[in-house]
Design a protein around this ligand. Structure first.
Ligand SMILES: Nc1ncnc2c1ncn2[C@@H]1O[C@H](COP(=O)(O)OP(=O)(O)OP(=O)(O)O)[C@@H](O)[C@H]1O
Ligand SMILES: [Mg+2]
Length: 251
């Protein structure tokens, strides 16, 4: 379970998170949508302290942290509760697909190589890339690299997975295969927060959708409530704009 209360973050004078409250139950998938610059990435980054929040309380699993005052030990414990998947795949170029997945098991979890390899092989199978286990990232498509990144996030068996626009740097034809993998993971009752622009995906997979603007949660609820029957004018406007984005055309 994830509970965030009163989370605030400023970059100099710019208020980026202005009192965020979130609750995610065990096994739930929450999709965060909102305009560029609304603080979505900063929120995810604050949850695992890649960015230092100024104020608020963060609870993930059994670990509770007061953003105003915490020890290094508490910070490390909180970080261990989540795994991140980024827009860019962040794979080690000099390691194979399988080595990339098992790296955190060997390094952070100090698992024996044979044991880690077994876990890694099961995960690479799960993301449909067993046949690419020995490939280096450069020989994988963007979608395949992202699926390896997701398998790596799953490997550490953290309390929750945080995904920041995992498909937005992919060519359109590769988006589907990655969303499919994320959907399968969601169906296995993995707790997930995913920032996404894929409204159809959010509608299909999320238990809850959160619309953020200017560092606030403007509206949240079931996908049907937020995406099909938004109450707030800002949510309505955002959804209209994201539907009516002009297609690129060479004609
Ligand atoms: N390290 C930083 N230093 C200063 N300002 C920052 C930093 N990171 C983010 N910001 C600012 O904070 C605001 C929120 O950024 P954030 O990346 O969280 O937005 P976002 O909702 O993820 O946007 P996008 O949809 O474009 O990814 C923006 O105005 C951004 O310029
Ligand atoms: Mg972002």
């Amino acid at each position: 379970m994830i509970k965030v209360h009163g989370l605030r973050k400023k970059f100099k004078d710019l208020i980026v998170l202005d009192g965020i409250d979130i609750e995610v139950k065990q096994g739930e998938t929450v999709a965060i949508i909102g305009p560029s610059g609304s603080g979505k990435s900063t929120l995810l980054r604050c949850l695992n302290l890649l960015e230092k929040p100024d104020e608020g309380h963060i609870q993930i699993g059994d670990i509770m942290l007061n953003a105003k005052k915490y020890s290094r030990k508490e910070a490390n414990e909180l970080r261990r509760q989540t795994a991140m998947v980024f827009q860019h795949y962040n794979l080690f170029k000099n390691k194979t697909a399988l080595q990339n997945i098992i790296e955190p098991l060997l390094v952070s979890k100090k698992m024996k190589y044979d044991e880690a390899k077994k876990v890694g092989e099961a995960l690479i199978e799960q993301v449909g890339l067993a046949h690419k286990a020995d490939n280096y990232p450069i020989t994988l498509s963007g979608g395949q690299q992202q699926r390896i990144g997701i398998a790596r996030a799953l490997a550490v068996q953290s309390h929750a997975i945080l995904l920041d626009e995992p498909t937005s740097s992919l060519d359109p034809e590769l988006v589907g295969e990655v969303l499919q993998v994320i959907k399968q993971i969601a169906e296995k009752q993995t707790t997930m927060i995913i920032v996404t622009h894929e409204m159809d995906f959010a509608r299909e997979v999320a238990d809850k959708v959160i619309f953020m603007a200017d560092g606030h949660i403007v509206e949240q609820g079931t996908p049907t409530a937020v995406l099909d029957h938004p109450q707030n004018p800002r949510t309505k406007r955002f959804l209209q704009q994201s539907i009516s984005l002009p297609e690129y055309s060479l004609v």
